[in-house]
Ligand binder design. Structure first.
Ligand SMILES: [Zn+2]
Ligand SMILES: [Zn+2]
Length: 179
């Protein structure tokens, strides 16, 4: 076995000679690996789209060499490269979908929590009712802001029966179950 060249970006080794080294270093997958090494946010899907819209570089794909390197306007992606990139893109999408589903599960949980809280409150009230204490907890009720109708504002000393009840009065009141 001759000299081997190990690429840290691609984590693979190959026979070390000027041609294969140049071919590898000019390759799109190598460029991709190198960029993603420095920029983890580099989007493979974008690369795949860009490269797929380009015509294949004849000189690179047939001779394994292209004088334009990464600046070449044609695609250096082999079918294998495209398949690998597609695989990566699909994996990324699946991960993103899983994350999305986890997110919706969290949302479901919060809905479930409020549902459970409501249900346990309901059960507690039912138990109270079964124990014979059928007095409803007025403190749990949200009262509206009762106000005297504006047409009564001109009355200097309105009778108490006309005055709106205060929240304190409403809370102090006892509510009995009918039936
Ligand atoms: Zn490489
Ligand atoms: Zn080229």
């Amino acid at each position: 076995m001759g000299k081997r060249y190990y690429c840290d970006y691609c984590k693979k080794s190959f026979a070390d000679n000027p041609v294969s080294r140049k071919t590898h270093l000019n390759g799109v997958v190598h460029g991709q690996n190198k960029r993603s090494h420095y920029n983890a946010l580099r989007d493979e899907e974008e690369t795949l789209k860009d490269e797929s819209s380009k015509r294949p570089c004849r000189s690179f794909l047939s001779a394994g060499d292209c004088k334009f390197g990464e600046r070449c306007q044609y695609s250096h992606l082999t079918n294998e490269d495209k398949a690998r990139l597609t695989e990566i893109v699909n994996k990324k999408k699946k991960l993103a979908e899983m994350k999305l589903q986890e997110g919706s599960r969290e949302e479901d949980n919060s809905v479930l929590q409020s549902l459970n809280a409501w249900q346990s409150e309901k059960t507690a009230f039912q138990r109270e009712s079964e124990n014979g204490s059928i007095v409803r907890k007025a403190s749990a009720i949200i009262f509206p802001d009762y106000r005297l109708a504006s047409c009564f504002n001109t009355i200097v000393n309105p009778p108490p029966s006309l005055l709106p009840p205060t929240k304190e009065e409403l809370r102090a009141a006892e509510y009995a179950e009918w039936g």
